[in-house]
Design a protein around this ligand. Sequence first.
Ligand code: URP
Ligand code: ZN
Length: 704
Amino acid sequence: MSSGLRRASRHQEEKDDDVPQWIPGLGQDKPKPRTLGTSFFGYVPDAFVEKTPYLPSEQSADALKKEATVEPVKAAEQVEASLEQEIVQPDSIERNGQRDMDASSDEGVVTEEVIVPRRVGQASAEPWDVHSPIDIEDGLGSAQNRLLIKGGRVVNDDMMQDADVYIEDGIIKQVGTNLHTPGGTRVIEAKGHLVMPGGIDTHTHMQMPFMGTQAIDDFYTGTRAALAGGTTMIMDFALPQRGESLVEAFHRWRTWADPKVCCDYALHVGVTWWSDKVAEEMEELTNELGVNSFKMFMAYKDTWQLCDEDLLQSFKRCRELGALAQVHAENGDAIKENTKKLLDLGITGPEGHELSRPEEVEAEATNRACVLANQVGCPLYICKITSKLAATALGQNLRRGTLVWGETIAAALGTDGSHYYNPCWQHAAGHVMSPPLRNDPKTPSFLMELLDVGDLQTTGTDNCTFSASQKALGKDDFTKIPNGVNGVEDRMSVIWEKGVVSGKMDPCRFVAVTSTNAAKIFNIYPKKGRIAAGSDADIVVWNPHATRVISAKTHHQAVDFNIFEGMEVHGIAEYVVCHGRVVVEEGEVRANSGMGKYVPTPVFNPHVYGRLEERERANTPCKVERAPYDGPVAQLNGQGHMQEGGIPSQQDAFYTRGPTRSGGVNLHDSSFHVSGAQVNDKSPKRPSVKVNNPPGGRSSGSFW
Ligand code: URP
Ligand code: ZN
């Protein structure tokens, strides 16, 4: 069943679970949010045992040794004890000395799940240079590191429950009702509010040098604005210049970000050129520097664009390293031709930007990236899809079995390309970004529906802001308008308004597309993207009743323009908790620069790579065993002409490819022939025997 169909049927089940409406704006005839139980303990069986990535950042070499000596019997005893008494002392696994929390020293009792982190992939044991909130010298005593969010409705991607959330030292310790908490714990009353995982913006460019200038929102203003809107983590891009070291670019971005970030961040790295050195550096980045995704550009000809051959090499390398390949999918060659034509026609304004990059140019590149990645078995992530055609191309590839994920952005969900035709140059230029917004009012709701059914999985913003005077660098030539728009602050509200208030998705799906799916795809789940014991306390207390009007006059971003200007949105991040600290309350952002931290993303993500091995085993072509040919062989003269011998009949020649290892027809060949013969008429059939334990054992990297 396709993911779309699966999602559609899940949606139906959710509707069947209807409860009285309580989200304002949802009428009797519209889909309603579901609730599962009203007072049950927020426990997700095995969530951590099976899935928690054992991040190098969370362990010292010492802790690694300790992990090896934890006896299974002892762990089992702990689980038993937890069932009997609902009390478990924290497990003995030390996490870099920072996450170790000793609830036994507190008055009151904290229920605790046993968390047995397991190492995933080949992450290095090198400790990461990170700090947790416990490191931060802020004069707060430990009581101030305790927080109870009380009386709200906890929303995860797969369930809602009325429950309290107890937090200590930056980590969620307990989710449930009637919790006993230590004295001095701060309480946030969340009745009538939704308590959701903080948003993860998968795509930002803070202070990026680009098109002769630099994005005006830096890692301070950008991440502060993110928090204001309920986003507690961003994923930015380190983008080297052509010929520049990827590792150096990575360190430069870290130097920019670390002292300024108010929320957590991770880095994707751009493969903006190709060479053996790039391939080597990709290994250093994955094994030592916490990068698990690389972005390749199919546009920006003459600067970052890779040709197909280099794309293939970079995809192959990602596959070898267990990384996720990302692409900016637009055909840069076609754009160059179109641009020339438009400028020759005298079209120099912002509308030329949209006209030079039509939907099919995005769709073609999307399909080509899927095809190329599939040839080398590389999982692929298409960034910032803005068009119906590209999203449809992605869906077709998904349904053909390509391992591909799709991201769209707040801009494409909340507004459209009609603005490029606005008579005010500044207004039109304020919307210039790539791929462009589409001049089709139906596009935003189309993309939102795909997020709901699962053809698209994540939402970023491509936040890359330039003020009016920077945009004016292109006042006489649209190709010189710095590309980029805002979104990091408003993404959550825009998706809530257009997705949930419109009845297209329920709050669980909202959480999936704004946070959880990103955490899964980039291998930081359930540390991020979930409200559960053991997860980072990155939480947004969402008031679905409140409204606000988006405006550049009131937003927290440095840029002087907002593409959502004047939009009234329901849903406000009333409290935002980042690493257990209340950073937004009473309409104020109380965050300091440097409070956030770098989040390493480990490779060989089971959510991404888990299916790959089995798939390759099933699809590897196998040789056809046959008697050697003993007929005449044509003799060629020096010019390649035949001297004697017969010409092989076309009937024999039309089929060349054997069946797959699992005995199936190889779908790379057409199975139809005008003679009525089928391609595999003469192929030996494989007996259908499932080998569960192949001789020599299964290959060591198996995920299951
Ligand atoms: O228009 C955009 N997106 N600017 C930032 C650079 C990029 O394409 O990601
Ligand atoms: Zn971008």
